[in-house]
Design a protein around this ligand. Sequence first.
Ligand SMILES: *[C@@H]1O[C@H](CO)[C@@H](O)[C@H](O)[C@H]1NC(C)=O
Ligand SMILES: *[C@@H]1O[C@H](CO)[C@@H](O)[C@H](O)[C@H]1NC(C)=O
Length: 443
Amino acid sequence: MHSTISFIIPLIYLLTAFEGCYSDANLPGIAQKLASGDRALSSIVFQVTGNVYPKGYYYVTVNIGDPPKPYWLDLDTGSDLTWLQCDAPCTKCLPAPHKLYKPNKNLVTCMDPLCASVQWPEPHKCESPNDQCDYEVQYADYGSSLGLLVKDWFPLQYANGTVVKPRLAFGCGYEQEVEASMDPPYTDGILGLGLGKASILRQLNELGVTKNVVAHCLSAQGDGLLFFGDEFVPSSGVIWTPMSTTKIDKHYYLGTAELYVGGKTSGVKGLPIVFDSGSTYTYFSAQAYKKLVSMITNDIKGKKIYSANEDKSLPICWKGSKPFKSVQDVKNLFTPIMLSFEKSKNVRFQMDPEAYLIISKYGNACLGILNGSEVDLESVNLIGDISFHDKLIVYDNEKQKIGWAPANCNKFPIINNDGVLDCGRYCKHDGSDPDILQAYSVA
Ligand SMILES: *[C@@H]1O[C@H](CO)[C@@H](O)[C@H](O)[C@H]1NC(C)=O
Ligand SMILES: *[C@@H]1O[C@H](CO)[C@@H](O)[C@H](O)[C@H]1NC(C)=O
C-alpha cells in the first residue's frame, strides 16, 4: 500500500519495481541566484554508470573522507540533500556496494545555517548550540532517509587535472525506508543536485570551487557523464528556457507546456514541467497521459505491432512478429513526442522513441511514460531519465535557466585512465569558451 505523502516534500524518488507489479519507477527530484561572477573555472566531470532498464538508476562514484573512500551515489536533480548510508550506528540500512560511512566527531550543529535548510518546511528547535542537526527526507516514491548532518572532505579533480579538497556537509543516514514492493537501487546513497542551500553544488559554489551549474548526459545505451560547472556547455546549439521559480519551488521547474504527438497538438495545454534525474521514467498527469496513449495507439494502427501483456515491466507494451532487440528496431514505427513551452516561444523539448520506449526482456517495446496520477504526483509532469537520453541537459542556477542539446553521451568527452578529461582537440583549458558543440552533436 502506498502511504500518503504530499508533493510538498522535497523530492521525488520512485524506485523501480520491475517484476511482479508495475508499480513504477525511480522518481527522486528546485531556484536562487549566486555570485561567483564570470570568473573562468574549470569543471569537474564524473563518469556515470547505469541505465533506465533493467537497472532503473544512474550513479557516480564519489570519494569522501580522509583517507578517501569511494561511494556510489544515485544522481538526483529532484532533491537537495546528499546522503550516505551511515554507521551512526545504523538502525535500518539497505544492501549497498560499500561499507557504511562512519562519522568521526564531524557533526554539523543545529546552529549551522545549513541545518535550517534541511529541516524543511520548518526548522526544528535548537535547544543547545552543540546539538546535532537531524534531517529527514521523503521521496515521492515513499522512500525516506533519516539521519544527521556531518561534514567531511570531498577530494575532487578538475578536468584540467588539479585536485581540490573542499569540506562539505551531507547526511549520515541511519534509517532508510523503501516501499516494500520495490527493488531499491544498489547504491550507497543519493547525490542531491537540486537548487536548495544544502545541495553539494551550492556548497561548492559558495566555496568558489565551481560555478553553480550542473549538467548530465545520459546515454540510451547506458552510462554517461555528469558535469559540475559550465566549462563543457557548448556556447551555441543549446535550447534554453528560463527556470520558473514561482509555482513548484524547490524543483527544477520549467513552466508550462503543450503536448504534441507526431507533430499534432494533443489539445492538452498548461502542463507544469519538472526535470528530475532521480526519476527513472517520465510521468504525465492523468489527462495528458490518457491523450498520449490514445494518440500513440492511433498512430501505430496498421504498422504490424500489437499490444502485449505477458510483460509486467511496464503497463503498456507492444510486440512485433519477432522480439525487438533495441529501440532502433522500432524507431521508425513510433513518432516523436514534443513539449512546447508556452512562455518561451519556439522552445520545444522533443522526445524521440529512445526517450520514451524501453525494450523489455521479452523483446517488447514498452512505453516509458507513466500515469503520474497513479503515484500521487497530481498535476506535475515529471521528466525523468528515459527522456534525457542522448541529450546534454544543463541546469544553470547562476543564470536561472535550463537547457538541452542533442549529444553523444558515450563518445565525448573521454576520461583517461587517471580520471582526467581528455577532450582532444575539442576543448581548451585556459577557461575560454570551448566550442565543443561539434564534438557533442550526433551525426
Ligand atoms: C585548473 O582549474 C582550476 C579551477 O579553475 C584552477 O584553480 C587551477 O589552477 C587549474 N590548473 C591548471 C593546471 O591549469
Ligand atoms: C491514471 O491514474 C488515475 C488515478 O489512479 C486513474 O483514475 C486514471 O484512469 C488513469 N488513467 C489512465 C489512462 O490509465
